[in-house]
Write a protein that binds this ligand. Structure first.
Ligand SMILES: Nc1nc2c(c(=O)[nH]1)N[C@@H](CN(C=O)c1ccc(C(=O)N[C@@H](CCC(=O)O)C(=O)O)cc1)CN2
Length: 294
């Protein structure tokens, strides 16, 4: 039976470390870290993630700057808002909740965020540096960083291991594979055009599942003893719940937990750590700026 990695508990430990550092920073500089949380439109899932981020800031003493823009906002107006936040000295990190509405050019918006405030790590230059040997981005994207932190805090080494990342999104799959490569794993990416994904996944010592397909990865696909990190957050119908749905990962937890060495649950695995890594990036950004200006 696999060891279940409790992401909620790890996140709580790291959050209390962050809260201590925020207090120290405030005593030393008379300033607290500031995070601008920008949301466009009223997608239910995005609103719920943004609410989590704003609450977490409040709990840890980080000041959140709440920017809520209507679904119809223009590209020009979003960019104007980003420029204002870039110029605000009390804002140390800027995140624009994704996805943005279809009429907005997402990449252009992300490119306008000042590199020093790109706490989501999605700026093309930060991603580019992640891909380059010998170069380091200022910030690592939060979900991939969360996956590696969970592996490290569970005592799972990466160097020399075979890692398979399922999915190649800009937010998770691609940067997770680059991070694993930087940590000296041999990395394969499996995606929707890969033939026979099961046989590739079965060779992996480490699996990061980020395909957005509920319970796609079965027990028979997993090498006994492998570490399985589930990034999926899929809502499926469940009439027994008051909400009418429940969340499941990309991994069939029932089956895979009988074969794997380690597994993260959904909910309570990577999700809470994603928000925690955002807070950590914000703290690091604030520290860098306050030290430079002192
Ligand atoms: N600008 C960004 N947009 C998006 C990101 C991101 O990192 N930056 N990632 C995802 C969504 N996301 C954060 O924004 C996110 C997803 C899930 C969770 C989480 O804590 N999930 C819980 C369950 C929550 C629930 O019950 O509804 C869990 O897994 O335990 C946090 C953040 C897309 N957009």
């Amino acid at each position: 039976m696999a060891t279940v990695i409790d992401g909620k508990a790890v996140a709580q430990t790291i959050r209390s470390e962050i809260a201590d550092e925020v207090r120290r920073l405030s005593e030393k500089y008379g300033k607290v870290p500031g995070l601008a949380v920008v949301i466009v439109g009223n997608r239910k899932d995005s609103q719920s993630y943004v609410a989590m981020k704003r609450k977490a800031c409040c709990d840890l003493g980080i000041k959140s700057f709440d920017i809520d823009l209507t679904e119809q906002v223009s590209q020009v107006d979003i960019i104007k808002q980003v420029h204002e936040l870039n110029a605000n000295p009390d804002v140390h990190g800027i995140l624009v909740q994704l996805p943005l509405p279809k009429h907005i050019n997402e990449e252009q918006v992300l490119t306008e965020i000042s590199l020093e405030k790109d706490v989501d790590g999605f700026h093309p230059l930060n991603i580019g540096k992640l891909a380059m040997k010998g170069r380091e981005p200022l910030f690592l994207p939060c979900t991939p960083k969360a996956c590696l932190e969970l592996l490290s805090r569970s005592g799972i080494s990466i160097k020399g291991k075979k890692a398979v990342v399922v999915g190649r999104s800009n937010i998770v799959g691609l940067p997770a594979s680059l991070l694993l490569l930087k940590a000296d794993a041999t990395v394969t990416i499996v995606h929707s055009h890969t033939s026979d994904p099961e046989s590739i996944i079965r060779q992996a010592d480490i699996v990061i599942a980020a395909a957005g397909q509920p319970k796609m990865i079965k027990g028979s696909w997993i090498k006994p003893g492998a570490a399985v990190i589930d990034v999926g957050t899929n809502a499926i119908d469940d009439p027994s719940k008051k909400s009418g749905y429940r969340l499941v990962g990309d991994v069939d937890f029932e089956e895979v937990s009988k074969v794997a060495g380690w597994i993260t649950p959904v909910p309570g695995g990577v999700g809470p750590m994603t928000v925690t890594m955002l807070l950590k990036n914000t703290l690091e950004g604030a520290k860098r700026t306050l030290e430079q200006n002192s």
